[in-house]
Ligand binder design. Structure first.
Ligand code: FE2
Length: 173
């Protein structure tokens, strides 16, 4: 039995606020990719789905004169750091196991190397999965952040993912 489900995260106001900013459709797509990759690689599917879902929760909007400013973003972005912290706080509040919350937070921290001066990280399998899952859903010019999904469909997709996670865990145990 998992302590926290995908829909518990989805329904929390903090997740709603930040995931709608960085793109709910992208978050769900990455959660699904991460789940499937984790199944293939024999990694904890629940951690993968949660880290995939929350990986961009730390995003800020870097706008100048009403338009997205990529240079400003590159210069100032710390979304991986911010996201790791926000996701950890949110998961703990929801009652997540602290060991899992830490693993998920670290996978979010290392999902990109945009903030690292050397750009080289040795990643755990879970951290690699979140990076790959994010790249699978990337569109040129950051368009993946703007894809829309209505709330009802988002809820249903996450409920479905919860069922798939539960099925996989019960099959493995
Ligand atoms: Fe992303």
């Amino acid at each position: 039995m998992r302590d926290v489900k995908m829909i518990d995260i989805f329904q929390h106001r903090i997740a709603q606020k930040y995931l709608n900013r960085s793109g709910m459709a992208h978050a769900i797509a990455v959660a699904y990719h991460a789940f499937h990759l984790a199944k293939e690689k024999n990694v904890d599917v629940d951690n993968a789905a949660k880290a995939g879902f929350l990986h961009d929760i730390g995003h800020y909007s870097w706008y100048r004169d009403g338009k997205w400013d990529y240079d400003l973003y590159r210069q100032n972005d710390i979304h991986a750091i911010k996201g790791a912290e926000r996701a950890h706080k949110l998961l703990i509040r929801l009652g997540e196991n602290p060991i899992k919350a830490k693993e998920i937070a670290l996978a979010i921290l290392f999902h990109t190397d945009s903030f690292l001066p050397g750009g080289e990280v040795v990643r755990t399998p879970l951290q690699t999965i979140i990076k790959l899952a994010d790249e699978k859903d990337e569109e040129p010019g950051g368009l993946h952040h703007y894809r829309k999904i209505d709330s009802e469909r988002a809820f249903k997709m996450l409920q479905q993912l919860d069922n798939q996670i539960d099925d996989w865990i019960s099959k493995k145990s």
